[in-house]
Design a protein around this ligand. Sequence first.
Ligand SMILES: [Zn+2]
Length: 285
Amino acid sequence: MPRLSEVIAALEKLWPPERAESWDAVGTVAGDPDAEVTRVLFAVDPVQETVDEAVKLGADLLVTHHPLYLRGTTTVAASTFKGRVVHTLIKNDVALHVAHTNADRADPGVSDALAGALDLRVTGPLVPDPTDPAGRRGLGRICELEHPVTLRELVGRAADRLPATAQGIRVSGDLEATIRTVAVSGGSGDSLFADVRAAGVDAFLTADLRHHPASEAREQSPLALLDAAHWATEQPWCELAAAQLDEISDRSGWGLRVHVSKTVTDPWTAHAASNATPIPTGAPN
Ligand SMILES: [Zn+2]
């Protein structure tokens, strides 16, 4: 059985911490480097539910995409929800390791997993990492469809293939428009509109799109938008990351048991379609 330090070294080879954004907080949050690891759980969020899931599973290591503490803290008292997470981890000998923007920019990274979930062929990063001579790392991905589809078909595919959430997929655009190229970005994507426009793609699949950036993007070009739940755009990375660690474990003879969390930690839990009478078009006001 490998020690935690050996497993972390392997994870940091996949997602070097120095490739994270300067504001990010990645790396090991809890855990004894000398502890033995037999079981690993991957999840998007380091919340109580996923930590409880790790404990129940008998995992020694929980790897999450989102950081527990992004801005630092002065207390881990169990009277705070993050402190309770820390207490649960330490009491149950579960280590916590975070791979966030270093996993976003990796090759393969979070957006490759999102593209893969929809069978989109990745042609390159949306925002290339200038330090990568191969031109494969970076934020977001530009993708091609094997065969052009309508926006309606692409939305149907996203709804079928991404993990189920209350939000589902919000859409902007003509459902009968032909889509040949798609930019994808796991997590909040509305800071990437300038890059999406420059890429000249037909559609953009991401999460957390706000009114103004989305409205302005729509006015500037006939870009179709698919807005999924933040969690749903990043959960496919857990499957990819688990498969990567599984392969390392096989190669190294570690015999690790690697799992992906089944818990939906998207904060939105219900969705109601509008029921009000629509405002009549062309009516005098
Ligand atoms: Zn995220």
